[in-house]
Design a protein around this ligand. Structure first.
Ligand SMILES: [Zn+2]
Length: 456
């Protein structure tokens, strides 16, 4: 009895002193959160599959935009916005970030906008170009009105999160989910969008937990590197796809927490067995369950200071001559014909083809505990080992689809092999050239160094 009493008394004293310590120690972080439902009020076309030009007819699941504002003990601030969209023109991403910077005073280099790439999310656009995609003009007007409304919501939630910061603790860990598969299937007919079980995929599930000082989770930020394309392709319904169900799972199992998804280098990854509603929910549950498991495991504390950097990558583009373009426009692959025609039009107008494409590359450095690399656009899995080699594999979170989603950034090997991921930019024109891999990795190295990453 006595030793038990002593043990109990000792734990009681430890509890008291821990509580006193927690009360005394100033919080190392402050965090603010906000969320907005962004399901369009009126039906507009969805993005992601060219054959689906009619507006959506139903809503399987509301989609959302979420904000997490962070401030370290020195007062450095940053904002992460995650949004359930598919594609985002660079102009819209820049506009939102500029307006958020104006509203909050936070530098644009410390504002990240991550696009979940759900193929059951609305198309967005700010200009009423002729409906080359087969969409009727009246629907274009609705899409523009929705886009303007959406931009306002993003700025609003960023402002709300930045204005209401409360003391917080940060920690992180990494799990694993297996449903992503490399989709570059090599066949006698060439490379198709299929299954390549030996192909590279990043199946890690990074998790950042933001707690109140009492340990109650306020934010669960998680990642996965896979296209959000599980839903039936001809279904005209709004959904967040697997990541939407994963967020639902997490919010049901971690009451009071805001679940946020940040997609990784999943440009050449699809969910294994897709095109079904049932799989979408199943994969969301699998991912959500894994995130909850990681949260309950021993997470590593994340200290400050926070330093954010952004550099511009200069990604080389191919500059084919007129004869090559004419040949492609006539007999080339289906996805290349349109861009070839547009490039010919550029040459016809007396302008040269641009030799490089500029894209933003970010790095957020959390003390010496974690580096968040923010790649733009649709980046293939090869960039994960590339970046691990370039800046060291430890305490590293690599995300893609940040700031803009305007095309596929392949590796050099993929450019040599061909296939869907070589289609390049899908607004404007341009196919990435050999050397793109080194150019992007060089930009990551610069961003990580500027942010202060020293881990190797
Ligand atoms: Zn894609």
């Amino acid at each position: 009895m006595i030793p038990q009493f002593q043990r109990a008394a000792r734990s009681f004293i430890l509890l008291i002193s821990a509580a006193a310590h927690a009360a005394e120690a100033p919080a190392e972080w402050s965090a603010g959160i906000a969320t907005a439902k962004i399901t369009p009020a009126r039906p507009i076309p969805l993005e992601g599959y060219a054959h689906r030009v009619k507006p959506f007819e139903s809503v399987d699941m509301d989609i959302d935009a979420k904000a997490l504002a962070l401030k370290d003990a020195q007062g450095s601030r940053a904002i992460l916005l995650t949004v359930d969209l598919c594609v985002l023109h660079g102009e819209i991403g820049q506009l939102v970030r500029r307006r958020v910077a104006e509203k909050t005073g936070i530098e644009e280099s410390a504002i990240l906008l991550n696009v979940a790439h759900s193929h059951s999310a609305p198309a967005v656009k700010l200009h009423n170009k002729p409906a080359t995609d087969g969409v009727v003009p009246v629907t274009n007007d609705e899409t523009i009105a929705y886009t303007q409304w959406l931009c306002d919501r993003l700025v609003e939630i960023a402002g709300e999160a930045a204005a209401h910061m409360e003391p917080a603790k940060l920690s992180w860990g990494v799990g694993f989910a297996s449903f992503a598969i490399n989709r570059r299937e090599f066949t006698d007919r060439g490379i198709i969008l299929g299954h390549n079980p030996r192909g590279l995929v990043d199946r890690s599930v990074p998790v950042l937990r933001v707690d109140a000082p009492d340990g109650k989770p306020r934010v669960v930020l998680f990642g996965y590197a896979c296209h959000n394309t599980t839903m039936p392709h001809d279904r005209l319904a709004v959904s967040g796809d697997y990541e939407g169900y994963a967020k639902q799972y997490i919010q049901e199992h971690v009451p009071g927490a805001q679940a946020m998804f940040m997609i990784g280098c999943g440009a050449d990854a699809n969910p294994y067995m897709r095109n079904t509603f049932e799989r979408t929910k199943e994969y969301g549950d699998i991912l959500g369950r894994e995130v909850c498991r990681v949260m309950e495991a021993k997470l590593l504390p994340v200290h400050g200071p926070l330093k954010c950097a952004e550099v511009t990558a200069e990604l080389p583009l191919q500059t084919p001559d007129r004869a090559a373009l004419e040949a492609i426009a006539k007999d080339g692959p289906r996805l290349s014909k349109g861009p070839a025609q547009q490039m010919l039009a550029t040459l016809d107008s007396g302008k040269p083809l641009p030799p490089v494409f500029h894209a933003p590359v970010g790095a957020w450095q959390f003390g010496q505990d974690l580096t968040l690399i923010a790649l733009p656009d649709e980046v293939v899995a090869q960039y994960v080992p590339d970046i691990e080699r370039a800046v060291g594999p430890l305490r590293l979170w690599i995300s893609g689809y940040n700031q803009e989603v305007v095309g596929y950034i392949p590796s050099d090997q993929i450019i040599r092999e061909g296939g869907y991921e070589t289609r390049g930019l899908y607004f404007g024109t341009g196919w990435f050239a050999l050397g793109v891999e080194e150019a992007l990795v060089t930009a990551v190295r610069r961003a990580a160094a500027q942010a202060g990453r020293t881990v190797k």
